[in-house]
Design a protein around this ligand. Structure first.
Ligand code: ADP
Ligand code: MG
Ligand code: MG
Length: 879
């Protein structure tokens, strides 16, 4: 029979999966001989079972809990429910991964109307007894019975006012009796029955409530944001109470072995005398710093400092500890690897290696790759940020801090920037490829619609620009160029706002920012990561500027250069449009000839910047309508500019209209219908490579054909490419190697990869489109219903942000295997948004891909994630 309950003395730190983090560490500290109040842990498996059984605790588990309760009573020498010698416990949640504040804890359980009198008599401390009881009633009612906390707080506040008490500690025993009386009245009024008096029933109800709290809405959101699977469940710890609220020789506190914001090696923490549980963090009184404990009680301070050091050495990481002092005696209530800022994480990791406390491998596992983001972008000055009030909130689509004047059209932003304005924020309902230049000159982008993978979000992340997307709190009037915030305040062109891309907060004022600092620790850790990883890290870059940025972050090649982005530049767009409106091949070729030199010089710039590292160039991909205006007045203006009749251009725009452009005339289908486009692009790539190689470089360009679904389709385009390339190379009389490969982004291509690999020399998994086509929903629209899917537990996370390993991952796996069957040395990479996501990177590493490619600002994140995957444990290892 399975064992569902473990005494602290039966467990240890390695049993985190079963006992949860808190339980495993309480067991470990017990084993180390530290002063830990006794108790036991009901396992995460019991929680899973509770859910599987339809939210009931099986009899055998209930029996095991009762037995362990008895054992613990005997150890402690007190009795649950016995007024003469009462045993009280805390019931504490604790999942595998720490989820601070997400689930619930109840203190002083076992109290009732008679036990409280007994406790009062036994301790001779009536005030303490009733202080404990009022805390218990409130916590139990809130957590188990769902009576709102605030209603109790109102009563407490009332009694304080009536008695002129400033702090809780000013309340007398008599006052607290009154509080208890009113609490019980409130309870009865709310629930229709008396406050539960039977300790055993209290205990089982509390255990169930903790299990339930695993599924409360804030825990579900926290899990999604932190990649914690929903089926892990939480453990429940039942532990002997120790009392920090017995008077001024008692207290409770929290401390870190190192400073969690800076990483400085120095005990850092706070405590409150005559207090219990969360009082310190709840801010009911101003806590004292841990330093002051040295003065108040040097013995306890020294003991605590010793334990802290011992724990840090034992866990070989910075510890976050909870302690309580009961009448001058110290108890340890929790320890865990402490959460820390990115800067502290780097410093601590490097310091621990210097101090001989950790290996380099262990050190790199201690930094969460996603955290590095914060170090790569400017940030708000912390004090100013704290003082500011957000006026709206949207999605944190691309991190960073931006402050600037608002503009409502891309052209206006560009103009302002040309006029010398270097603080520009572009505010749009949503962005489109036409806005690209305006986005480029902006410090931040704010959109009213769209999700985490909307155009604005993807492009902003690619550029490393701060972006808050889908901000429904604001009402944008693009025509009249203003928006209103959630308070109804109006912002017109030129008004200052600030965006926090890490929280999604919007501020209606100018906030000061500080530039990021790349400290020595950062590069040290990155160097270690590079020594360990086997995956190559490439970048998605379309311009020499992006390429240079990525190189400075350590990119080892370009995995995706989207050539169409080059055509949106204002000096290219006219030629591109000419090409699109061409009625004959001849006209089209003429327009393409104008584009050729521009494209060639783009590639020369990229090749030069990449200094011989591989560069994968994707041929034209988007549907052509994206290059033409849609609004009538814009069509009119363009027609005039191009010397066309309005209705002529209008009919071209209408002809290009597609019901589902993402699945329409795009990708290699463009090259099949207009081979001359592929010809021109090949020419530009090959000539650029020849020119650059003449200067002593050795570029091997990789030409990538997008959106292939059928081998013959690829072969058709490849033949055009090869014929063009070979004739140029022959004419130039040089040696030049080049490769032709394809993106795998259509499920049909994935499952016929053995065929495709006959023509393709490399595969790059375009996981944005592959996800979209595999799920059958568009990344631009999924935001509308995904929330409901999370709530109903159909999906746990956004498949466009975190690779769906089960489905899309399976296609990648199949395609990799089939591809290798045909062509054992085929190069495999991934270039979707997922290329910068740590858990997806781990997946790619395990599949044996050669590289991942991500936006420049994600390169350091990917380097670290790849190293973690190689060391083992992967991205989840450090939770
Ligand atoms: P969280 O996970 O939210 O920190 P905890 O289970 O750690 O919740 O408990 C909340 C507070 O109650 C903490 O301050 C903790 O130290 C305190 N606490 C928990 N168990 C006991 C106990 N047995 N005796 C005294 N204080 C306790
Ligand atoms: Mg805690
Ligand atoms: Mg694609």
């Amino acid at each position: 029979m399975a064992k569902y309950v473990y005494l602290f003395s039966e467990g240890n730190a390695s049993m985190k999966n079963l006992l949860g983090g808190k339980g495993a560490n309480l067991a470990e500290m017990t084993g180390l001989g530290l002063p830990v109040p006794r108790g036991f842990t009901v396992t995460t498996e019991a929680c899973t079972r509770y859910y599987n059984d339809g939210k009931v605790i099986a009899d055998e588990i209930e029996k095991e809990i009762s037995e362990m309760m008895e054992k613990t009573e005997n150890l402690v020498g007190k009795k649950f429910g016995d007024p003469k010698n009462p045993f009280l416990v805390s019931v504490r949640s604790g999942a595998r991964a720490s989820m601070p504040g997400m689930m619930d804890t109840i203190l002083n359980l076992g109290l009732n109307d008679t036990v409280v009198e007994g406790l009062s008599e036994l301790t001779g401390n009536e005030r303490f007894a009733f202080d404990s009881y009022r805390r218990f009633i409130q916590m139990f009612s809130d957590v188990v019975m769902e009576v709102e906390k605030s209603k109790f707080e109102k009563i407490l506040h009332g009694v304080k006012e009536e008695n002129g008490a400033k702090f809780d500690t000013d309340l007398t025993a008599l006052n607290l009796r009154e509080v208890v009386k009113r609490y019980k009245e409130l309870f009865k009024q709310e629930k229709g029955f008396d406050f539960p008096q039977e300790p055993k029933a209290q205990l089982m109800e509390a255990v169930k409530a903790v299990f339930r709290s695993w599924d409360n809405p804030r825990a579900i959101v926290y899990r999604r944001l932190n990649d914690i699977p929903g089926d892990w469940g939480t453990a429940v710890n039942v532990q002997e109470m120790v009392y920090g609220n017995m008077g001024n020789d008692s207290g409770t506190g929290v401390a870190f072995t190192r400073n969690p914001s800076t990483g400085e090696k120095k005990l850092y923490g706070e405590f409150l005398m005559n207090a219990q549980g969360e009082d310190v963090v709840a801010g009911i009184r101003t806590p004292q710093s841990i330093e002051q404990l040295r003065e108040i009680n040097p013995e306890v301070y020294n003991q605590f400092a010793d334990i802290a050091e011992k724990l840090e050495k034992h866990y070989r990481d910075m510890q976050d500890m909870e302690f309580t002092i009961e009448k001058g005696k110290l108890f340890m209530l929790q320890t865990r690897n402490g959460k820390r800022t990115a800067a502290a994480a780097l410093k601590i990791a490097v310091d621990l290696v210097d101090e001989g406390m950790a290996t380099k491998q262990e050190a790199i596992m201690k930094v969460d790759p996603k955290q590095l983001d914060a170090l790569l972008h400017p940030n708000f000055e912390p004090k100013a940020l704290k003082a500011a009030q957000p006026v709206a909130k949207g999605l944190p689509a691309s991190p960073g801090a931006a402050t600037g004047k608002v503009f409502f059209e891309a052209d206006d932003a560009v103009e302002a920037s040309k006029g010398g304005e270097d603080k520009v924020i572009l505010v749009r309902l949503e962005t489109s490829p036409e806005d690209i230049e305006g986005m480029h000159v902006s410090q931040g982008i704010l959109t009213g619609r769209g999700g985490m993978t909307s155009h604005a979000a993807v492009v902003a992340r690619g550029m490393g620009t701060c972006c808050v997307a889908g901000c429904g709190d604001i009402k944008i009037n693009e025509e009249e160029k203003y928006f209103t915030d959630k308070n109804g305040k109006k912002y017109a062109e030129g008004d200052w706002i600030s965006l926090d891309g890490s929280t999604g907060n919007v501020y209606g004022e100018r906030l000061p920012t500080v530039e990021p600092e790349m400290t020595g620790d950062f590069s040290t850790l990155m160097q270690w990561a590079d020594e360990m990883r086997t995956l190559k890290i490439r970048t998605n870059a379309d311009t020499p500027k992006d390429a240079a940025q990525a190189m400075s972050f350590g990119a080892e090649g370009i995995g995706l250069c989207r050539t169409e982005h080059m055509f949106f530049e204002p000096d290219r767009l006219p030629a591109m449009r000419e090409m699109i409106v061409a009625r004959t091949e001849q006209q089209r070729v003429k327009a393409l000839e104008k584009l050729l030199p521009m494209q060639r010089s783009d590639f020369e710039g990229l090749f030069t910047e990449m200094k011989g590292y591989p560069v994968t160039i994707r041929f034209l991909d988007p549907p052509l309508h994206e290059f033409l205006p849609q609004a009538d007045e814009d069509i009119q203006a363009l027609a005039k500019e191009m010397g066309l009749e309005y209705c002529e251009l209008k009919s071209i725009v209408c002809d290009l209209h597609e019901f589902n452009p993402m699945m329409g005339h795009r990708g290699c289908r463009l090259a099949v219908t207009y081979p001359e486009i592929a010809e021109m692009q090949t020419r530009a790539v090959i000539e650029a490579a020849i020119n650059v190689n003449k200067k002593g470089m050795s570029v091997i360009p990789e030409i990538m054909i997008p959106l292939v679904g059928e081998t013959k389709e690829l072969k058709y385009v490849k033949d055009v490419v090869v014929k063009t390339a070979d004739s140029i190379i022959e004419k130039a009389g040089v040696q030049l190697q080049y490769k032709v490969g394809t993106m795998i982004e259509i499920p049909r291509a994935a499952i016929t990869s053995d065929e495709i690999a006959k023509e393709a020399e490399f595969f790059s998994f375009g996981t944005n489109d592959l996800t979209q086509m595999t799920f059958g929903f568009s990344r631009d629209d999924a935001g509308r219903f995904l929330d409901e899917y999370y709530n109903k537990k159909i999906y746990e996370s956004d498949p466009f942000a975190r690779l769906d390993q089960t489905g899309v991952g399976k296609l990648i796996k199949i395609a990799s295997e089939l591809g290798k069957q045909t062509r054992p040395d085929i190069k495999l990479g991934i270039c979707g948004e997922h290329g910068g996501d740590p858990s997806s990177i781990e997946f790619c590493h395990n599949l044996g891909l050669n590289y991942v490619s991500c936006s420049p600002f994600r390169v350091p994140i990917a380097r670290l994630a790849a190293a973690q995957a190689a060391v083992g444990g992967g991205a989840m290892g450090q939770k």
